[in-house]
Design a protein around this ligand. Sequence first.
Ligand SMILES: C[S@@+](CC[C@H](N)C(=O)[O-])C[C@H]1O[C@@H](n2cnc3c(N)ncnc32)[C@H](O)[C@@H]1O
Length: 345
Amino acid sequence: MPMEPMLNSYNDNSAIQETCQTVGNPILIDMATQWADGKHNGDLRFVRIADYGCSGGRNSVRPVRDIVATLRRRSNDIRVECIFEDLPTNAWDLVIEQGGRLTSDLPDLQVLCAGSSFYNQVCADNSVDLAYSYVASHFLSQPQPLSTHVMMHESRNGEKKTWEKQAADDWRKFLLLRARELQHGGKLMVSTMSRGEDGYSWKAFSYLVWDAIQCVHAKGGLTKREAEALCIPACLRSEADIMAPFSSDPEVQAAYRLESLGFSRTSIEQENSLPKSELASLLRRRTESVWGGMFITTLMNLGRAAGSARETMNQVWDLFEEAVGKDPNNGWRDMRFFCLQLTRN
Ligand SMILES: C[S@@+](CC[C@H](N)C(=O)[O-])C[C@H]1O[C@@H](n2cnc3c(N)ncnc32)[C@H](O)[C@@H]1O
């Protein structure tokens, strides 16, 4: 089963993901500056930028604006082609709307949409100058069976092993495919959720989702098979996971120069002053807009009609909201993430 996209509500509920950009966009600006510095002025006529895993496009607008503004300070009439990539089933109408906003106030900018998995080659060989991927590459190419939890990191009974292999293979594949697409001297930033000794941003609430699924199953709302199949095909990588191909894989080592790897934690300060019930509802929407589509798709793949899958998942999310309301600190309150900056050799 391929990974499914976020729900259409992602754009409206993706403010926490955007907080990564406080750290990531200055890196993109540096990348653009260095890339332009490596060119003679006469060569600064065209740049191709790729954004991998754009979802509804809301969080793609600022990075593109920042990169374009940086490049235009060097060459006012540089033509920009920007490729927004996500799965074929993505909410492309929303991306086109966001792209329209960009093209209406940035002259000489073209936006193209690529409906393809980033575990496939998306752009032609040696064709991309600057690329980034925000909050997407923790999603794996496919889930493995996982019956003891919704997250691989919390699973038991040796289930984690096959997931770890999949995650390592996917990471290597993602890097090598981007290396094919990048021009020599081209630059890539990958930023997404990470895992550290202090845990990870999805840890506490993954138990609430798991408990809610078990509760709906116990009441007969989900069969055993369905409850066991509901999981999130994602690996929130540790520093060792991220670095592994750079220290042990000759192809990855040959493809890239590692410029920097940093870890950060961001949050939305104003949320602290919200009343508990309002915060619980916000945290439900935040979680549901990222995880909900995958669960609905899993249920439909097991034979449920769409309406029934939605109704059942509503029961799960109602229970989740109730649990988060008791202690919002168990909800998705921060982004623990990494920013990896690479140059194509
Ligand atoms: C949480 S959203 C991130 C969107 C945006 N980049 C941001 O920073 O808010 C993750 C996106 O990754 C996409 N995604 C997951 N697996 C993918 C794959 N194999 N190929 C392309 N996109 C994928 C999902 O469809 C989703 O739109």
